[in-house]
Design a protein around this ligand. Structure first.
Ligand code: SF4
Length: 214
C-alpha cells in the first residue's frame, strides 16, 4: 500500500515518544529483499530492541503471485547479511527458532526448547468482529476457536482442542525436524508459515537454512 512505510515509521516514533518500544515485524519478499540491511540499521538507530524477520505467508494474494516469494537461498543470504551487521543494541529474530534463540538468549548461548510456536502458551488472536483464532497466521475457519462476544475466553483458553493440539506439537512431532541435531535449540520454526505452504501444521519450516545439516 502506497505510503505504508512512512505511516509505520510515524507510528513507531509515536510509540517511542511515549516510552513504548515495539517489536518490529518485517515480512520479506522479492521487493524489499535488497533493502533489509538498510532497514535493520535504520531501526537500530531509531531505538528498536527487536526486529523479527520472516518470509511472506503463502496466503491471500501471495497464492496468485508466487513469483514474489523468496526462496531458501535468499532467506539464507538475509540471515547471513543481518547477522554480520554491527547493530548497537537491536536483536534480529528469524521465523525459525535456532537463530532466534541465539539472538535473544543471554550471552548468545542457545537455550533448550522443544517448541517454537507460542500458540496456546502466550498467543491467541481476536479479530475485530470478535472471532478468535490461534494466531494471526491461522485466520481460517478450520481453526476458529469461538467468538469473544458469545463465548467464554477462559473456557476456550483452558479447554480448546485446537489450542491443545498446538501445545502438544513438540519439535519431535514435526516432519523433517524430528531428526535435526538443532531441534532442541530451534523448536521447529513458525507453524503458520509452514502451514501456509503445506496445509499441514506438522510440516517443516519451508525456508529452513539448516535443513541440509539434518
Ligand atoms: S530442520 Fe527443523 S529443527 Fe532443524 S533447524 Fe530447521 S526448522 Fe529447526
Amino acid at each position: 500500500m502506497k505510503g505504508a512505510f512512512k505511516k509505520t515509521i510515524k507510528g513507531i516514533e509515536f510509540l517511542l515518544d511515549y516510552g513504548i518500544i515495539p517489536i518490529v515485524r518485517t515480512v520479506i519478499w522479492k521487493d524489499n529483499f535488497y533493502g533489509i540491511k538498510e532497514l535493520a540499521n535504520y531501526l537500530d538507530k531509531l531505538g528498536i530492541n527487536f526486529q523479527r524477520i520472516e518470509p511472506l505467508l503463502l496466503a491471500g494474494n501471495a497464492i496468485r503471485n508466487k513469483d514474489i516469494l523468496i526462496g531458501q537461498e535468499e532467506y539464507g543470504i538475509i540471515y547471513k547479511t543481518v547477522s554480520a551487521l554491527k547493530l548497537s543494541k537491536m536483536k534480529v529474530l528469524f521465523g525459525e527458532g535456532f537463530p532466534q534463540l541465539y539472538s535473544t538468549s543471554k550471552n548468545n548461548v542457545p537455550e533448550y526448547r522443544d517448541h517454537y510456536c507460542l500458540v496456546g502458551v502466550e498467543n491467541l488472536h481476536i479479530e475485530n468482529n470478535g472471532e478468535m483464532y490461534p494466531c494471526t497466521g491461522f485466520i481460517d475457519p478450520k481453526f476458529i476457536l469461538g467468538n469473544i462476544l458469545n463465548d467464554d475466553l477462559l473456557n476456550i483458553w483452558n479447554y480448546s482442542d485446537v489450542l491443545q493440539e498446538f501445545r502438544d506439537l513438540t519439535v519431535d512431532k514435526i516432519e523433517g525436524c524430528s531428526t535435526c541435531k538443532l531441534r532442541n535449540y530451534c523448536g521447529g520454526g513458525c507453524r503458520a508459515i509452514a502451514y501456509s505452504y503445506t496445509k499441514n501444521i506438522k510440516s517443516p519450516f519451508p525456508l529452513c537454512i539448516y535443513r541440509e545439516e539434518e
